[in-house]
Design a protein around this ligand. Sequence first.
Ligand code: FE
Length: 186
Amino acid sequence: MFRAKNRRRLRTAALLFAGAGLMILGFLFRPGARASFQPSQRAAHAEVSSTRAEDWEVHKSDAEWRRRLTPQQYRILRQAGTELPFTGALLKTHETGIYKCAGCGLELFSSAAKFDSGTGWPSFWEPLRNDSVVTRADHSLWMARTEVLCRRCGGHLGHVFDDGPKPTGLRYCLNSAALTFEKSAR
Ligand code: FE
């Protein structure tokens, strides 16, 4: 009886430690944790500052977004959340095709610009078109970062950093859950 109780306590303590550990890892390895500088202006995306829903070409009520998206998609796209590294379904996708916005379906990135950044998040060195995405200054979590959003619905995709490969030198660090993938000849 006594032993069983102790075992239960041990198990609870172990679970708590594991949970705390996961949270710390998630914080340390969030997208862009390794870079704290602003990207250069080589990519000519429109810079936005507005957060008003009606400013986006595709805008829906909060209730409608909640209905259309999975809880994880909603947390990332509509609340600027971040998925845990190395957990995204599209991280290791290497097939030829197009990555679209999981919110509105706009074509955003080509597999031709995808690379393995080692960060645990899908990474691209350029969007499909300059006007596929827009950027916004992000000063959350005591960092100066540049947020990347879908140009059409304003869904949060991730951040862009200045430490990417040639030819742009940019790294679009995106949440897998903010994207859908469609195989194509491109
Ligand atoms: Fe979108």
